[in-house]
Design a binder for this molecule. Structure first.
Ligand code: PMP
Length: 435
C-alpha cells in the first residue's frame, strides 16, 4: 500500500462533512499498526502516542484480540440481544465485578456517546428531571443530548439540547478564576459553586456528569477527592453521580483502574460509562449502574450493535491481556518515567506552561509567552514537527486547543517512552524556534 494523501484528502473534502476535523496540513492515512507503532500509506513509521484517541488500549494488532475477533467472526458476526449471547454475558460479568458498583448491571452500546446518552436517560428517568450538572470544558459525545452537556464549545456544535444544563467549575486548574488556589481552597470553591448552582435550580436536578480527568479538554482535572466532596452535596439532594470513564477507565491513569477511584471516600459513582479502550479499536461502549437505577426504565430498550458477539470477543481478549500483563502497573511505572522525561525534555521552554497528568494520560499545556494566553498555532506546529520526527501526539484543551495530549497504548516500553519524550522535546524546540 502506498500513495500520496493529497488525492484522498480531496475526496474526503468532497464527500464528508466540513466539521469532520482532520489533523495535519497533509493529513495522514494510517494503513496498519503493530505494538506501539503505526505506518502511513507513504511507508512512514510513527511511534503512536495517541492510540486513536486512547482507543488502542493495549497494543496495535494484538494477536490475542485479532484471533478472538477472527474466530468469532468465523462462527457468527451478529445475532441479536434478543437471543442469549455468551460473550456479552461474560464481559458484563467481568465489567460488573471490576466496576466497584454494588449490585451492578451492565448495558453495552456501540460508542461512548451512546453510553452517555443511556446514562442520561437512566438518570433523568430515575429522578424525573431533565436538569443536569456538567463540568465546564467537558466532552461527553456527539448526540443531541451529549452535546448539551459538553462544555467544550469547540466540540458542542448545537445549543438546542433538550436538557437544561448547569455548569460547574472543577476540571481546569491551570487557568480561570480559581487558578491560584491550593487544592483544599480549589475544592472548597468548586463545592460552593455547586451549592450555588443547586440553589438556583428550578426543580430537583437529575445528575452530575463528569470526566474524572477531562480528555478532549486537555488532560486536566481538579484535585483528588473533589468528586467525593461533590458527592456529599449530591447525596443531600438525592442527585446521581455519573462518572464518564471513556478516557480514564481500564487503568489508563496508572494509580487507579477507574478515574473515580481518586475520589472514593464517599463510594463509587451511581452510574459509570465506558468505551474506547476496552475494544482496542473495536466499537464497544457501555453503562454500569446499580440495579435500582439501571432498571428504572419502564419499557424495552435495545442497541442493535451493542453487545455484538464479535465486539464482545474483542473486549474479553483485550481485558484478559490487560489484567494478565498488569498494564495498569505498566501505565503507572512507564507513565511516571515518561512524565519525568517530558518535563526534562521541555525544561526551559517558555511556551510550556505545564506538563501534567497521571499514568499514560499526560498533557503539555502551551502558552503564548507574550500574552500568557493559549497558543493553538504553536500546538499545531508542534504536532507537525513531531510527525516529521516520527511521533504522533494529540491536541486538545478547550476552545483554543493549546494542550498536547500524550496517551500511548498501555504496553508502552521504557525505550519507547524515552524515544517519544526526546522527539517531542525536539519538536517543541523546533516549533518555538529554540526556547
Ligand atoms: N466521553 C468522553 C470522555 C470522550 O472522550 C468521548 C470521545 N472522545 C466520548 C464520551 C464519546 O465517545 P464516542 O466518540 O465513542 O461516541
Amino acid at each position: 500500500m502506498s500513495g500520496r494523501p493529497e488525492e484522498l484528502h480531496a475526496r474526503h473534502r468532497a464527500v464528508l462533512p466540513d466539521w469532520l476535523a482532520l489533523y495535519y496540513d497533509r493529513p495522514i492515512e494510517i494503513t496498519h499498526g503493530e505494538g506501539r507503532h503505526v505506518w502511513d500509506a507513504e511507508g512512514n513509521r510513527y511511534l503512536d502516542f495517541f492510540g486513536g484517541i486512547l482507543t488502542t488500549m493495549t497494543a496495535h494488532a494484538l494477536p490475542e484480540v485479532t484471533k478472538a475477533v477472527s474466530e468469532q467472526a468465523g462462527r457468527i458476526l451478529h445475532s441479536s440481544t434478543l437471543y442469549l449471547n455468551r460473550p456479552m454475558i461474560e464481559l458484563a460479568e467481568r465489567v460488573a465485578q471490576l466496576s466497584g458498583i454494588p449490585d451492578a448491571r451492565v448495558f453495552f452500546t456501540a460508542s461512548g456517546t451512546e453510553a452517555n446518552d443511556t446514562a442520561l436517560m437512566l438518570a433523568t428517568t430515575h429522578r424525573r428531571s431533565n436538569q443536569i450538572v456538567a463540568m465546564r470544558n467537558s466532552y461527553h459525545g456527539r448526540s443531541f443530548s451529549a452535546v448539551g452537556i459538553t462544555g467544550n464549545t469547540a466540540w458542542s456544535p448545537t445549543s438546542l439540547s433538550p436538557l437544561q444544563t448547569l455548569w460547574v467549575h472543577g476540571g481546569v486548574r491551570s487557568s480561570g478564576p480559581f487558578a491560584e488556589l491550593s487544592d483544599a481552597e480549589f475544592t472548597a470553591a468548586c463545592v460552593a459553586d455547586l451549592e450555588d448552582l443547586l440553589g438556583q435550580a428550578q426543580s430537583g436536578v437529575a445528575a452530575l456528569i463528569a470526566e474524572p480527568v477531562q480528555g478532549v479538554g486537555g488532560f486536566t482535572s481538579g484535585p483528588d477527592g473533589l468528586f467525593a466532596a461533590f458527592r456529599e452535596v449530591l447525596d443531600r439532594h438525592g442527585i446521581l453521580w455519573i462518572s464518564d470513564e471513556v478516557q480514564t477507565g481500564w487503568g489508563r491513569t496508572g494509580e487507579h483502574f477507574w478515574g473515580w477511584q481518586a475520589h472514593q471516600e464517599n463510594g463509587p459513582p451511581d452510574i459509570l460509562t465506558f468505551a474506547k479502550g476496552i475494544g482496542n479499536g473495536v466499537s464497544i461502549g457501555g453503562v454500569v449502574a446499580r440495579a435500582e437505577v439501571m432498571n428504572s426504565l419502564g419499557a424495552n430498550s435495545i442497541s442493535t450493535f451493542g453487545g455484538s458477539p464479535v465486539t464482545m470477543a474483542a473486549g474479553l481478549a483485550n481485558l484478559s491481556y490487560l489484567l494478565e500483563h498488569d498494564l495498569q502497573g505498566n501505565a503507572r511505572r512507564v507513565g511516571g518515567l515518561l512524565i519525568e522525561r517530558l518535563r526534562a525534555a521541555t525544561a526551559g521552554i517558555a511556551a510550556v506552561r505545564e506538563v501534567r497528568g497521571r499514568g499514560l494520560m499526560i498533557g503539555i499545556e502551551l502558552t503564548d509567552p507574550a500574552t500568557g494566553g493559549p497558543a493553538p498555532a504553536l500546538a499545531a506546529a508542534v504536532l507537525e514537527a513531531a510527525r516529521a520526527g516520527g511521533l504522533l501526539v494529540g491536541k486538545g484543551g478547550g476552545h483554543h486547543s493549546s494542550v498536547l495530549r500524550v496517551a500511548p497504548p498501555l504496553s508502552l516500553t521504557v525505550a519507547e517512552a524515552e524515544e517519544g519524550a526526546r522527539i517531542l522535546g525536539e519538536a517543541l524546540r523546533t516549533a518555538t524556534g529554540g526556547g
